[in-house]
Design a protein around this ligand. Sequence first.
Ligand SMILES: NC(=O)c1ccc[n+]([C@@H]2O[C@H](COP(=O)([O-])OP(=O)(O)OC[C@H]3O[C@@H](n4cnc5c(N)ncnc54)[C@H](O)[C@@H]3O)[C@@H](O)[C@H]2O)c1
Length: 370
Amino acid sequence: MFKTINIGVIGCGRISGAYLSMANHFPGLQITACADLDVNIAKAKAAEFNVPKSCSVDELLHDDAIDLVLNLTIPQAHFPVSMRILQSGKHVYLEKPLGINREEGRQIVEEAARRNVRVGCAPDTFMGSGIQTARKLIDDGAIGRPLAFTAFMMSRGHESWHPQPEFFYQPGAGPMFDMGPYYLTALLNLLGPVRRLTGAASIAIPVRTITSEPKRGQTFAVQTPDHIVGTMEFESGCIGTIITTFATMHPMYDGNQPIVIYGESGTLRVPDPNLFDGAVHLRNADDADWREIKPMFATGYGRGIGVADMVHAIHARRPSRASGEQAMAVLDLMEGFLDSAASGQAFTPTLRYERPESMRGSEFGSAITS
Ligand SMILES: NC(=O)c1ccc[n+]([C@@H]2O[C@H](COP(=O)([O-])OP(=O)(O)OC[C@H]3O[C@@H](n4cnc5c(N)ncnc54)[C@H](O)[C@@H]3O)[C@@H](O)[C@H]2O)c1
């Protein structure tokens, strides 16, 4: 067993509970402090999850006992907070997106390399049995050469449930930067690097009315496209369509399997990339009906497996799976859709992408998170 890694958390909002409950499930990880702009929020989360200390962001960054910091702030704060974490000599694992544009992402990855510390970034859902099983089936030739795909993330937006929904409609969010990371990370893991893409985008619903508490009835202006449609051509030759939108109601596709990969000899229905598990269905040319494929990898993971993998990777001196480099490739594509929409030209990725190693059965034992 390796030395326990002490983890601090900055940003104690809605998603933080998923991470704060994580350390109980993975030996070698210990969450020792949490901080937020709002000290009362940090205090309340520390009490709820038995974290020994809540403190200011400055105090957390000056705590020499902390090795790694989870940056769970809003997208606009991902860059400045991550840079401060790196400059304090600590590893950072942050929520998606890596930055609100590729320049921010590039600086984070470069700063980490310069300081010889690691960057990890959500999502880690692709490490669950759903996407891993689909990836193995494709890699093993179960549908032959992938030719086409559809990927749909169609909703009416987050103002019906999130208590502070405004940030989802600012640059660095919108449906592509908010939900796109799940879909694009899954597609990259399933299909490999992208050759080029095109995008079309609009602000379809310019003013939003909040229907969640405590801001029910308040309105705000949308400041980034809330409806983005893209085509993607992978180096493998596979070509398909992605829609990410906060402008639609009653969408007509199977939300449990929103990605479908069409191959030469069969079709694969891929589970929700925002979740870890979920059914994979395969239908080959001669099949009378769909076949449900049993999970081929460990099930039951939750947000935090990416951090656990990063900690293992630091000890083993190997690349981590939910890496800064992968998040950078995703950020490059996300901005590429908006660049293409603005210019009317196809976009060619500015970076090389290499898929991370697929999961191995026994790696994290029976660790089950939330
Ligand atoms: N809510 C979800 O279901 C969900 C799911 C997956 C990922 N995420 C991602 O997690 C991140 C946080 O989302 P959330 O829903 O928890 O947001 P939230 O608004 O509920 O919480 C964000 C917290 O960060 C704090 N914060 C903001 N700027 C800060 C700064 N500069 N320094 C310290 N603290 C700061 C805020 O005070 C707030 O408590 C986002 O990147 C989001 O995309 C959210």
